[in-house]
Design a protein around this ligand. Structure first.
Ligand code: ARG
Length: 459
């Protein structure tokens, strides 16, 4: 049988496989609340502008609430032959209220309808991402506050570089996550324009009030160009892009956790809640959650690339290609929210091994830069020469199988006669981190200042 929504010119119904490839109800049912909110705002506006009678608009508004409670109660008869959420809702509305249901679609098209539904949904996800990020930032802040002065090795190339503080390392993630939050906030602000009323693509001859529907749905204003309104998916792409960057940050900390929780490092202990055992090796405690978090970017970035590829080269305005937008965004959003929650739990529950961190901080000639700086400060050596002297001392220590602080003063003076006993003060890791007081540096006082600033900002 021909379709009841658009079947006027059709003699035959679709092939079963056509129905399967064409239908989006299997996934776009997730837009039901946004679809009903958009329709209610539209109906109220149609009444206020005299396009619909108050009586019809009231019947529509009430009927839509019945549909809403049916869906939320789990007893809504979703039908694949009705393609998508828009036609499922409208068709059910007709069963409930009869003839006035057919007037709801006046001055509207599924093209602006899906655009507004999806924007509302993505807007909510930006808010969810922002609150998930805020929780994760708080978890990193607590770690930073507790260990503002715990020394650990700082790495470049994953080779020991200079001692840093645990708090400083934790606060690096707070900065990254803060940028993520601002990307979602920024995207949210830009997407907050209402496409409803663009109709199919050209606008409508009915005297609609797009400012009223925009306001009713919490948008700042209506979109300004009807063609752009129905063909734009930038809001989804921005959400996916921000999600990808955020997931990339999570994957970096996940990798650090995998390394740090290994028996060779033992920098942190992950709680039982975020690890799993092995069915054959009884000693194992595997960092599965961290490994999965390391992987999730693959999925989110995949969705991002997919939607860019779908949108690339699409002539204006709406094409059915764009129906492929939703599953990508749904999956990326679900993945991101789960990842943020899992990372928050793991960071909250992890325990830094302060002694191991301190030992590791002191090994690997980590204070070589401090020694070179001392040669510049105390002896007036040019930095390049100081670098060379220090390198020679490192080689000497290495040949003796010891670290820099273990060399005797005589050893030191054999490389440079001017070296005095006070040099040993700068070779300790505690002094090293305490000395790095430049703004944004690793000194505990700097870290505490950053913690206080962020605590106030997040309170
Ligand atoms: N299910 C469609 C989508 O998700 C809704 C818009 C359909 N518009 C149309 N003219 N076929 O994109």
């Amino acid at each position: 049988a021909a379709n009841q929504m658009w079947g006027g010119r059709f003699a035959e119904g679709p092939d079963a496989i056509m129905t399967a490839i064409n239908a989006s109800i299997g996934f776009d049912k997730r837009l039901y609340a946004q679809d009903i909110a958009g329709s209610r705002a539209h109906a109220a506006m149609l009444a206020a502008t005299g396009i619909l009678t108050n009586k019809d608009a009231e019947a529509i508004g009430k009927g839509l609430l019945t549909v809403l409670s049916e869906i939320e109660g789990g007893n809504f008869p979703f039908r694949t032959d009705l393609e998508d959420i828009h036609m499922n809702v409208e068709s059910r509305l007709k069963e409930i209220i009869g003839e006035p249901a057919g007037r709801l679609h006046t001055a509207r098209s599924r093209n602006d309808q899906v655009a507004v539904d999806f924007r509302l949904w993505v807007r909510d996800q930006c808010d969810a991402a922002i609150s998930g990020l805020t929780e994760l930032m708080k978890a990193f802040l607590s770690q930073a506050e507790a260990g503002a002065d715990w020394v650990m090795p700082g790495f470049t190339h994953l080779q020991t570089a200079q001692p840093v503080t645990w708090g400083h390392h934790m606060m690096a993630y707070v900065e990254m996550l803060a940028r993520d939050r601002s990307r979602f906030a920024d995207a949210r602000a830009r997407m907050n324009e209402c496409p409803l009323g663009a109709a199919a693509l050209a606008g409508t001859s009915f005297p609609i009030d797009r400012h009223a529907t925009a306001q009713a749905l919490g948008f700042d204003r209506p979109t300004a160009n009807s063609l752009d309104s129905v063909s734009d998916r930038d809001f989804a792409l921005e959400f996916l892009s921000a999600s990808s960057i955020c997931a990339m940050h999570l994957s970096r900390f996940a990798e650090e956790l995998v390394i740090w929780s290994s028996a060779q490092f033992r920098f942190v202990r992950l709680s039982d809640k975020w690890t799993t055992g092995s069915s054959i090796m009884p000693q194992k405690k595997n960092p599965d959650a961290a490994e999965l978090l390391r992987a999730k970017l693959g999925r989110i970035l995949g969705a991002t690339v997919a939607l860019f590829t779908i949108m690339k080269g699409l002539a204006l305005t709406y094409s059915k290609d764009m129906q492929e937008d939703k599953e990508q965004v749904f999956d990326a959003a679900d993945t991101l929210m789960l990842a943020l929650a899992a990372m928050t739990g793991m960071v909250t529950d992890m325990t830094a091994n302060r002694e191991v961190l301190a030992q590791a901080a002191a090994s690997g000639f980590s204070t070589a830069t401090d020694l070179a700086d001392w040669l510049v400060r105390a002896l007036g050596l040019p930095f390049r020469e100081a670098h060379h002297v220090t390198g020679t001392l490192v080689a000497l220590a290495e040949s003796k199988g010891c670290d820099l602080p273990d060399l005797s003063l005589a050893d030191m003076q054999s490389v440079h006669t001017g070296i005095r006993a006070e040099v040993f003060d700068v070779l300790g890791v505690e002094n090293s981190v305490r000395s790095r007081t430049s703004y944004g540096g690793t000194a505990p006082e700097q870290v505490r200042g950053q913690v206080a600033r962020w605590k106030a900002a997040l309170a």
